[in-house]
Design a binder for this molecule. Structure first.
Ligand SMILES: Cc1ncc(C[n+]2csc(CCOP(=O)(O)OP(=O)(O)O)c2C)c(N)n1
Ligand code: SF4
Ligand SMILES: [Mg+2]
Length: 297
């Protein structure tokens, strides 16, 4: 399979007619990934926006086989689907999960860790919109520092979320997984290529894709791609792979674009002071010192 770009992947649609908000980054990630994996993908989706917008009885918005799992159980259900189909003699299929940041980094982390430990032959894709969006924008373990959510409001004394974002990519890599990658819907060909690569590797694969949510981030629906791209260009998110025990950067911006401009475009960060932005920029610089030392290009 040599699907490399948005132009050369299938014109067939596997996720359509759903009820996602205009400009939803998560739905774009699911749509693109299924175009790469095709009709024989069996999707597992836990509670979260993508299952809420994709399964509207009697209208199923997936044309491939798909099922909703418990909130905590994406990886466990993937394990069962893969083992069950294999036991029944099927060989040509891909068990793929699409879970949100809350479903992955918080309640689902134990099931995911167990699946990686067993090296089950599954692809787990976390679409990261940086909060529990489906239930009204609550903070998750992947909400970034300073972001305003309904459970981390911005007031006079506390300016949004006071905790840093967990690094799921590196947590997963620390398991010694066969393949892990980060991606952004702002760099769709890179995401598509990583899904293609994952589909050809045996064992557990994990892809973490930044997928803006216009509703929760406070941006216009047509800003999704630009904001997702900017997150990479300003260095707050990085595109990388982990394979054979090594980290490799997929992209190294020569000079970072402005963190302040990127944050101030989003309603969830509009309250940040110059001091808050300096904390975020300094932490970006520190992270990149580590990345430049540790990752190859
Ligand atoms: C055990 C359990 N706890 C809580 C919920 C309620 N719930 C449904 S969706 C959701 C938010 C999911 O957030 P995330 O995983 O980030 O996906 P998103 O909605 O952002 O796409 C929550 C808390 C649930 N369905 N099951
Ligand atoms: S709330 Fe956000 S993540 Fe959920 S469907 Fe709307 S845009 Fe997508
Ligand atoms: Mg979320």
């Amino acid at each position: 399979m040599a699907n490399k770009t948005a132009e050369s992947i299938s014109s067939e649609e596997f996720f359509y007619g759903h009820k996602a908000c205009a400009g939803c980054g998560g739905s774009l990630a699911v749509r693109a990934a299924l175009k790469v994996l095709g009709q024989n993908a069996v999707s597992v989706l836990p509670a979260g926006c993508m299952s809420a917008v994709g399964f509207n009885f009697p209208q199923l918005c997936f044309s491939n086989n798909s099922i909703i799992s418990t909130f905590a159980g994406t990886a466990s259900m993937l394990t069962g689907v893969e083992a069950g189909l294999r036991a029944k003699g099927y060989r040509d299929f891909t068990a793929v999960g699409f879970a949100g940041d809350g479903g992955t980094a918080d309640i689902g982390i134990q099931a995911l860790s167990g699946a990686i430990d067993r090296n089950d032959d599954i692809i787990y894709i976390c679409y990261d919109n940086e909060a529990y969006m489906n239930t009204g924008i609550q903070k998750s373990g992947l909400t970034p520092y300073g972001a305003k959510t309904t459970t981390t409001p911005a007031g006079k004394n506390i300016h949004g979320n006071i905790r840093p974002k967990k690094n799921m990519f590196e947590i997963v890599a620390a398991h010694g997984i066969p393949y892990a990658a980060t991606a952004s819907v702002g760099y769709l060909p890179d995401f598509i290529e990583k899904v293609r690569k994952a589909s050809q590797i045996k064992g557990t694969k994990y892809i973490h894709v930044i997928a803006p949510c216009p509703t929760g981030w406070g941006v216009a629906p047509d800003a999704t791609i630009d904001i997702a791209r900017e997150a990479v260009d300003c260095g707050l998110w990085y595109l990388a792979e982990y394979e054979n025990g090594e980290f490799r950067l997929s992209r190294r911006p020569k000079e970072f674009t402005s963190v302040e401009e990127h944050l101030k475009k989003q309603g969830r960060f509009r309250h940040l002071t110059d001091e808050d932005i300096k904390i975020i920029t300094d932490s970006r610089d520190k992270k990149w010192e580590y990345i430049d030392r540790t990752f190859s290009l």
